[in-house]
Design a protein around this ligand. Structure first.
Ligand SMILES: [Zn+2]
Ligand SMILES: [Zn+2]
Length: 242
């Protein structure tokens, strides 16, 4: 289960931002020719009026990605490593060489959980030999292997423990790591709980509504979609129903 979740976290491709967020060439040209900040803002406002976006920049403007030339969907951020905008981006994780976001957040959580259980299992089963080593009752070179095994499992268990419970807290409140550091901005201002749908719904948004699939690394995450969003295109936009 640990390897399967780890594998899924690594290989799952990003979910592409739907095409409707991409500026058509005519709009793009207008944007490049905009003479003032105000007209730049107005062009984006006009284009985004039919899009289900509620997040704004710190200045209250439509969020636009210069690199991808798209209006950023709510909760999406540009990843400089993946060189694209990532839906419900949590963070770019070097341990899995992939962004953690809408496409693999459930897998990432299961990976943390199974890795933690695995480390606890190794610590628990090697503890008695570690105590024997401590008392000087172990002989031969093998004792160093045992020592290494115990310490590595112990150190990983500590760091995985804090990471896992931190992400449980984030799911509980429906926040990404980025949003925990900088609360999302809405028309009405900052709101760190702007995406929260209630604790159980927040959990279901990541793990789905089929209890039997909660513990398996198969994609069951859901997105609350607004009336203007195509259901086939997974889009994280809980606020569009608020
Ligand atoms: Zn981008
Ligand atoms: Zn990335």
């Amino acid at each position: 289960m640990f390897l399967w979740s780890y594998w899924q976290t690594i290989i799952t491709d990003l979910v592409k931002v739907p095409d409707k967020f991409k500026l058509p060439s005519l709009e793009l040209e207008k944007l490049h020719q905009a003479e003032s900040e105000d007209s730049h803002r107005q062009i984006l406002e006009r284009f985004a009026q039919d899009l289900p976006v509620t997040n704004r920049t710190i200045k209250g403007e439509i969020r636009y990605c210069e690199q991808c030339q798209i209006v950023k969907p709510d909760r999406a951020h540009h990843c400089s490593v993946c060189r694209t905008c990532v839906l419900k981006m949590d963070h770019h994780c070097p341990w899995v060489n992939n962004c953690v976001g809408f496409h693999n957040y459930k897998f990432f959580m299961l990976f943390l959980a199974y890795a933690l259980l695995y480390c606890i299992f190794v610590v628990a089963t090697s503890l008695q030999y570690f105590i024997m080593f401590w008392k000087g009752e172990l002989e031969g070179m093998d004792k160093f292997h045992l020592l290494f095994l115990f310490f590595v499992a112990f150190m990983f268990a500590i760091s995985l423990n804090s990471l896992f419970f931190y992400h449980c807290y984030l799911i509980w409140h429906n926040r990404s790591t980025l949003e925990a550091f900088r609360p999302p901005m809405f028309r009405t201002g900052k709101d760190k709980d702007g995406f929260s749908l209630g604790k159980y719904n927040n959990f279901q948004e990541v793990f789905g509504d089929n209890t039997r699939l909660w513990f398996l690394p198969v994609f069951t995450s859901t997105a609350v979609v607004g009336p203007q969003v195509d259901v086939q295109e997974p889009l994280v936009d809980p606020t569009s129903i608020v």
